[in-house]
Design a protein around this ligand. Structure first.
Ligand code: PEP
Ligand code: MN
Length: 303
């Protein structure tokens, strides 16, 4: 038996850990959606995406500054310039930032901007990188390696925790199998397995699992149904021109439509997914009169 002394649920009734990110809790009653472009490509596209996804109910903004790419000739991110754009977008929208750390030499620059540091699938077993983020107290989003077992994912999380950082969020993003219809195979069973074996929050990345935008809403719905704590989804204002992962990126409208179908499903599954609802100008909401502003209201389909 692997020694999962920090990540394991020691008794079936041990409460789940909710990781605090800028005043929000991932792994509590809420179903948390992180959305944004694969890569930060520029100021306008980032701000436009951030405003749109916030308006559709996303609670955090994703955006890659340092991109792991299979080909050395592919776009590898704007690096430090992207971090600056992420900081400005956070300032403008209030959305906390999730961005990937690929190299421990960049940890100060990334943690100055990020609210959550992402460790990508390719680095899940980069033990010196896990140690580096383990020595911080910041939330870490640890993505499952494409050839890693659930047990290896938990041991990677154990590395981070053994260095003193308990703020770990796990992410299932699809694994490599013989199947070629999808980019990866979403291991949907891994979510209830993980929820049983660990107290850590578990989210799903339907974008990298599918590799195709048309499949993302169905995989996202499956994630809600099996008890995931949230999603990380790629969204781009013009996926056809995206510099990375355009084929799997939802449009702004596509993301909005998906969120509207997920909200009632989340409610059926006992999770809160609050969507900002446009209140027409001058309409009274409770005691307050809201003038063309957005008000948060939970969509509930069952009492
Ligand atoms: C990403 O989130 O853009 C990414 C590269 O993901 P993964 O590490 O899961 O491939
Ligand atoms: Mn991507």
């Amino acid at each position: 038996m692997p020694d999962n002394r920090l990540t394991a649920r020691t008794t079936p009734n041990q409460p789940a850990t909710a990781v605090e990110v800028a005043g929000e809790y991932i792994g509590g009653a809420a179903f948390t959606v992180i959305a944004g472009p694969c890569s930060v490509e520029g100021r306008d596209m980032l701000l436009r995406t951030a405003i749109a996804v916030r308006g559709s109910g996303a609670r955090l903004l994703r955006g890659g500054a340092f991109k792991p790419r299979t080909s050395p000739y592919a776009f590898r991110g704007l690096g430090h310039a992207a971090l600056e754009l992420l900081a400005q977008t956070r300032e403008a929208t209030g959305l906390p930032i999730v961005t990937e750390l690929m190299d421990a030499r960049d940890i100060d620059a990334v943690s100055a901007v990020a609210d959550v540091i992402q460790i990508g699938a390719r680095n899940m077993q980069n033990f010196s990188l896990l140690a580096a983020v383990g020595e911080r107290r910041m939330p870490v989003l640890l993505k499952r390696g494409m050839s890693a077992t659930v047990s290896e994912l938990l041991l990677a999380a154990e590395h981070i925790m053994a260095h003193g950082n308990a703020n770990v969020i796990l992410c299932e993003r699809g694994i490599r199998t013989f199947e070629t219809a999808t980019r990866n195979t979403l291991d949907i069973a891994s979510i209830p397995v993980l929820k049983r074996e660990t107290h850590l929050p578990v989210i799903v990345d339907p974008s990298h699992a599918a590799g195709r935008a048309d499949l993302v809403p169905a995989l996202a719905a499956a994630a809600v149904a099996v008890g995931a704590d949230g999603l990380i989804v790629e969204v781009h204002p013009d996926p056809a021109t995206a510099l990375s992962d355009g084929a799997q990126s939802l449009t702004l409208d596509g993301f909005d439509a998906m969120m509207r179908t997920l909200a009632p499903l989340a409610a059926i599954c006992g999770r809160r997914l609050d969507l900002p609802i446009e209140v027409p100008s001058g309409v009274a909401l409770g005691a307050e009169s809201v003038r063309g502003e957005t008000a948060h209201a939970a969509l509930r389909v069952c009492a």
